[in-house]
Ligand binder design. Structure first.
Ligand SMILES: [Fe+2]
Length: 346
């Protein structure tokens, strides 16, 4: 029997306190192509299981010291992919049945014929092989479902993103706003050392932060003069409406960022329920990026502010409207370069 054939058939550990039985089984099973190891006690068996990859154990129930019945649960817990065949006297069949209940794969009644043992070994290994195949199939299936769920989520997000861009494109004052806010927010996030997952969440929150404007009256949004308190309140519903729109397709962090993107750091914003560090960091970043882009863009009631002037407007808001750490991060990032790209991403 060549080495490849031996490996293919599996490695067997024969655990029996009787040397004669071990030798007989070893000889027979080796002739059948199995690589065999022997252990005369439960303790020795555990040692061999640790250092060898064993496919199947033939375990004598009655041994001095730790019995086969006591060893079985340990093998089941630590080596779930190893098949176990219990060897027991014909008169102790109730014990054999109990072992099967505890996870043994088969049993061979003593005295046995060697051919019976070979058949039982084949059955035990085949059972384990099938179990392994089913488990791999299930894992593959779960992975496939996860991948497709992610794919469907991406498609939904892409559709919502297109909706945002279409909404903004209708209005020359807001065209490209979400993309620019995203660029600035991501640059701030990197400056603050956010991990790649948080940056990805911030990117989605930036792109989708104003999707709730679909519920806002266009006439009020584009009003050239100062808004009345009622009009301002109406426009501000876009944060909660937007959070509700994206909730089914993004994670909770992104929802929270969108929900709180108009919160003031000191808690003075409209209908605000959290303040300071309790406002999600992503929302505090979006607040700064959003305000900066709004200032440097034309509005119906005023022309765009130069970058330096807008930065000077952000500074005094640090600690009141804006998180001071986030505001100072904005001052450190190359806003000039980002603004140069502004026309390309508008
Ligand atoms: Fe907004």
């Amino acid at each position: 029997m060549d080495r490849e054939m031996v490996n293919k058939r599996g490695r067997i550990l024969i655990v029996d306190d009787e040397a004669m039985i071990r030798r007989l089984l070893h000889q027979k099973l080796s002739r059948e192509g199995y690589q065999c190891q022997e252990a005369s006690s439960a303790e020795q068996a555990l040692g061999k299981l640790t250092s060898n990859s064993i496919g199947l154990v033939i375990l004598d129930i009655k041994m001095p010291g730790k019995s086969g019945i006591e060893l079985l649960p340990e093998i089941r817990a630590n080596y779930p992919d190893t098949a176990v065949i219990m060897a027991t006297a014909v008169t102790k069949m109730d014990i054999a049945i109990e072992c099967m209940k505890q996870g043994a794969d088969d049993y061979i009644p003593k005295p046995f014929t060697l051919d019976e043992v070979v058949l039982s070994v084949e059955r035990g290994l085949e059972k384990k092989r099938l179990e392994l195949e089913i488990r791999e199939y299930q894992q593959h299936l779960e992975q496939k479902v996860e991948e497709q769920t992610r794919e469907i989520g991406k498609l939904f997000l892409g559709a919502i993103e297109s909706l945002v861009f279409a909404l903004e494109a209708k209005d020359r004052y807001t065209a490209g706003h979400s993309r620019r806010v995203t660029e600035i927010a991501v640059a701030i996030g990197r400056e603050l050392g956010l991990c790649p997952d948080d940056i990805e969440d911030l990117r989605w929150a930036g792109l989708l932060h104003d999707v709730g404007k679909i519920a806002v009256d266009q006439l009020i949004q584009n009003k050239p003069g100062k808004l009345t308190p009622q009009e301002y309140e109406h426009i501000m519903i876009h944060a909660t409406v937007g959070a509700g729109i994206v909730k089914p397709v993004v994670n909770e962090k992104v929802v929270e960022m969108i929900w709180h993107h108009h919160d003031h750091y000191d808690g003075s914003g409209l209908n605000q329920v959290v303040a300071g560090e309790d406002i999600p960091l992503g929302a505090r970043i979006l607040a700064v990026a959003d305000a900066f882009d709004a200032m440097t863009s034309d509005r119906p009631y005023r022309p765009a502010m130069p970058v330096d002037e807008a930065l000077n407007e952000i500074r005094p808001g640090a600690g009141t409207q804006f998180d001071p750490v986030v505001a100072s991060a904005l001052l450190k990032i190359p806003v000039g370069e980002i603004m140069l790209q502004k026309c390309e991403i508008c």
